[in-house]
Design a protein around this ligand. Structure first.
Ligand SMILES: *[C@@H]1O[C@H](CO)[C@@H](O)[C@H](O)[C@H]1NC(C)=O
Ligand SMILES: *[C@@H]1O[C@H](CO)[C@@H](O)[C@H](O)[C@H]1NC(C)=O
Ligand SMILES: *[C@@H]1O[C@H](CO)[C@@H](O)[C@H](O)[C@H]1NC(C)=O
Ligand SMILES: *[C@@H]1O[C@H](CO)[C@@H](O)[C@H](O)[C@H]1NC(C)=O
Ligand SMILES: *[C@@H]1O[C@H](CO)[C@@H](O)[C@H](O)[C@H]1NC(C)=O
Ligand SMILES: *[C@@H]1O[C@H](CO)[C@@H](O)[C@H](O)[C@H]1NC(C)=O
Ligand SMILES: *[C@@H]1O[C@H](CO)[C@@H](O)[C@H](O)[C@H]1NC(C)=O
Ligand SMILES: *[C@@H]1O[C@H](CO)[C@@H](O)[C@H](O)[C@H]1NC(C)=O
Ligand SMILES: *[C@@H]1O[C@H](CO)[C@@H](O)[C@H](O)[C@H]1NC(C)=O
Ligand SMILES: *[C@@H]1O[C@H](CO)[C@@H](O)[C@H](O)[C@H]1NC(C)=O
Ligand SMILES: *[C@@H]1O[C@H](CO)[C@@H](O)[C@H](O)[C@H]1NC(C)=O
Length: 602
């Protein structure tokens, strides 16, 4: 069943007259949601497990907005641990207060609720939301987030006959706390147990690989029609090859920007990425077809079970399905002691082009921002290494630093004269010094035009995301980036998006115009690496701030860390002791001190 259809009935969707809020502009309507995050038990791969549901649904309901809408989402935490919801790709202009990551927000403790309030300023496109803490996304809590264009803006294709969301992702039958325990004890997460499509396991395409009786996703379509599929990789760490047997995928959008339209028989979607395809039902309607999402950039013969299969049902009745999976891209592996090197066409250059004449959220064409003729003000070379041991713990690093979340969110610390909760000294290139754990943030320049080189010296495919921004993907290649690499940049029509893949042993270069004031998270989307510290923040502050380029903290801001004593009892907690009153990191700090002591004395 299409997620759009199944979720719309149970949405708490109300349209309000503008709320009394600093955000609401009188003319822009407000959409309001109530999200209750709790555990439910389901068995997508045949093993009963607790997953994180939103309003009892797994995956969560659709947030369906339109350009410039104000969004109010009251999030209730009925889990047994802290929670923050994040809305990647939503740019939160001037408003990093709503971003929902630990550098910007205090966590919502169990049995509390907190209301997010932000505007979908000048944006369109397909995104998804998820819980940002502690690997929780590996247990669910995710759902689609669509920003429709305003009626006055034309879309660069005929209005599709229907709209479907497919949330695809690798899946473990272990829950997020068990996965966390693996990482904490220095282990790799290992091979996932499968791939889910909209929270459901695979159709039984192979009786050896797939147990009997799993619920699977079915999309009902009519012959001759053209549908829009918004496909998101919501998984933990696996790149997925997506395809619909016998049908062309016409790529039209990636994360809020229209691409040059091009047909693909299959398409790689990396962790955290979102793509829209138009699919025309031009095949023989006497057969059903497979929808497949299978693991990529791994040893695919070993990872066979990491395949999600749904059914594309033409004519809305059940028929025999052909037991043939369509072909994948050709990939060649050379293995050397567990190290897998992949040679494949870096064909992303071909599809990472925007339609420069199409309108995005505004009537002017996407290509009217001539990024290629703007001088770069700062270059950051960010290198990721495979995880290694720092202070006795397995950690992952960017430029040699494994990020430690601040006790007090960065901007809240600034505005309340809390000193020393973070450092502004993140290096602009890898330094030849020992790896370290640190709360080190990039001192970025407001209105700068930056070049970020993501150099993947890890052995796994990665994708990187920057909150608050979308960036132009100008170059991608194997090997080590050098100044000469700039010669190959696409300075004319590269796509602007917010999550980009970086091949192992390769680099990706992006350009961004730093016009959005705030504290913005830059991170790997692969959950294991993120959990192990592969992230930082960009601090972008207007030195002449006069209240116009950055919002003040919201009236309901939560306080924690050095500011915990400022936290008022919201009257919405059930538990006797609030985690916020104490120092949530105290235990960890003590633990680290203990480990350090053991190291010193052993
Ligand atoms: C989402 O909003 C758009 C524009 O208001 C509307 O046309 C569409 O039907 C909505 N979709 C769902 C599933 O509610
Ligand atoms: C997660 O798994 C662990 C280990 O199997 C178990 O102890 C714990 O109760 C589970 N948590 C939830 C919320 O299901
Ligand atoms: C918690 O939810 C209640 C309504 O359910 C609301 O009145 C209150 O403002 C919310 N609290 C916060 C901090 O968002
Ligand atoms: C680009 O967008 C224009 C304007 O909407 C549209 O007419 C054209 O077909 C699109 N071209 C491609 C190649 O996507
Ligand atoms: C099913 O999977 C098994 C194990 O990988 C494989 O040997 C077999 O050929 C597959 N069967 C079909 C019909 O593809
Ligand atoms: C994509 O393929 C469809 C057939 O599935 C065809 O009708 C269409 O013209 C193709 N579009 C492009 C841009 O190649
Ligand atoms: C559709 O498939 C059926 C059964 O395989 C076949 O008899 C028929 O000729 C096919 N029609 C077309 C147009 O290919
Ligand atoms: C993939 O795994 C299979 C089974 O262990 C092994 O035979 C094969 O050599 C591996 N392929 C590569 C390219 O490593
Ligand atoms: C960019 O830099 C070049 C060389 O320093 C300079 O000549 C040019 O005017 C600059 N362009 C802009 C738009 O600032
Ligand atoms: C951050 O950058 C600004 C402007 O480039 C500079 O004035 C300031 O001293 C820097 N701060 C730190 C702590 O380096
Ligand atoms: C990482 O860097 C080292 C040293 O430059 C190089 O030997 C190795 O091949 C690189 N590995 C990857 C995956 O890029």
């Amino acid at each position: 069943m299409a997620l759009f259809q199944s979720s719309s009935t149970s949405l708490f969707l109300l349209f309000h007259i503008a709320l009394l809020s600093t955000l609401s502009l009188a003319a822009d309507p407000t959409i309001t949601y109530d999200f209750k995050l709790s555990y439910i038990t389901v068995s997508p791969l045949g093993v009963p497990q607790k997953v994180i549901a939103v309003n009892g649904q797994f995956p969560g309901p659709l947030v369906n907005g339109t350009t410039n809408n104000n969004v109010v989402i009251n999030v209730r935490n009925d889990l047994d641990e802290n929670l923050l919801m994040t809305w990647p790709g939503i740019q939160m202009r001037r408003n990093s207060w709503q971003d929902g990551v630990l550098g910007t927000n205090c966590p919502i403790p169990p049995n509390w609720n907190w209301t997010y309030n932000f505007q979908l300023k000048d944006q369109i496109g397909s995104f998804f939301y998820y819980p940002s803490l502690n690997l929780q996304r590996a247990s669910g809590g995710f759902g689609p987030f669509v920003i429709n264009n305003r009626e006055v803006i034309q879309i660069p294709f005929a209005q599709p006959d229907g709209d479907f969301v497919l949330l695809i992702g690798d899946w473990y039958t272990r829950n997020h706390s068990a996965l966390r325990a693996d990482l904490d004890s220095g282990k790799d997460l290992g091979m996932p147990d499968g791939v889910l499509i909209n929270g459901k396991g695979p159709y039984r395409y192979n009786t050896t690989l797939v147990p009997d009786g799993l619920p699977y996703e079915t999309i009902n379509v009519d012959p001759g029609k053209t549908y829009r599929f918004r496909v998101h990789n919501v998984g933990t760490s696996t790149s997925l090859n997506f395809r619909i047997q016998g049908h062309n995928l016409l790529l039209v959008e990636t994360e809020g920007h229209y691409t040059v339209q091009q047909n693909f028989s299959s398409f790689d979607i990396h962790v955290g990425q979102s793509c829209s395809f138009l699919v025309t039902m031009d095949q023989n309607a006497t057969s059903d077809y497979y929808i497949v999402a299978s693991a990529r950039f791994v040893n695919e013969s070993l990872w066979q079970k990491v395949t999600g299969v749904g059914i594309f049902a033409l004519f809305k009745f059940k028929k025999e399905v052909q037991l043939v999976l369509c072909l994948k891209h050709q990939v060649i592996f050379i293995t050397n002691d567990n190290f897998i090197k992949i040679f494949c066409p870096l064909d992303s250059q071909d599809y990472s082009r925007q339609n420069t004449t199409a309108s995005g959220a505004r009537p002017n064409p996407q290509g009217s921002f001539h990024y290629g003729s703007i001088n770069v003000t700062d270059t950051y070379i960010l290198r990721s290494l495979p995880p290694s041991t720092i202070d006795g713990k397995l950690r992952a690093t960017l430029n040699g630093i494994s990020f430690v979340n601040p006790d007090t969110p960065i901007r809240l610390a600034d505005l309340n004269q809390v000193k020393g909760s973070y450092k502004l000294d993140f290096p602009s290139e890898p330094l030849n010094r020992p790896l370290r754990r640190d709360t080190s943030v990039i001192n970025a320049t407001y209105k700068g035009f930056i070049e970020v080189i993501l150099q993947n010296n890890d052995t796994k495919m990665q994708s990187f995301h920057i909150n608050g921004y979308s960036f132009f993907v100008v170059g991608m290649d194997w090997g080590i980036w050098s100044e000469n690499s700039r010669g190959s940049y696409n300075k004319w029509d590269s796509i602007s998006r917010c999550t980009i893949e970086v091949y192992p042993g390769g680099w990706t270069a992006v350009l961004a115009s730093l016009d959005n004031v705030g504290i913005w998270n830059l991170r790997v989307e692969n959950l294991d690496r993120w959990y192990l510290g592969q992230e930082t923040y960009m601090k972008i502050i207007n030195p002449d701030e006069n209240g116009e380029t950055e919002f003040s903290p919201p009236a309901n801001a939560l306080f924690c860390g050095a500011l915990a004593s400022k936290q008022k009892d919201l009257g919405n907690k059930n538990s006797a002791v609030s985690i916020l009153q104490g120092n949530p990191n105290l235990f960890f700090t003590l633990l680290m001190a203990f480990c350090a002591a053991v190291l010193v004395f052993s």
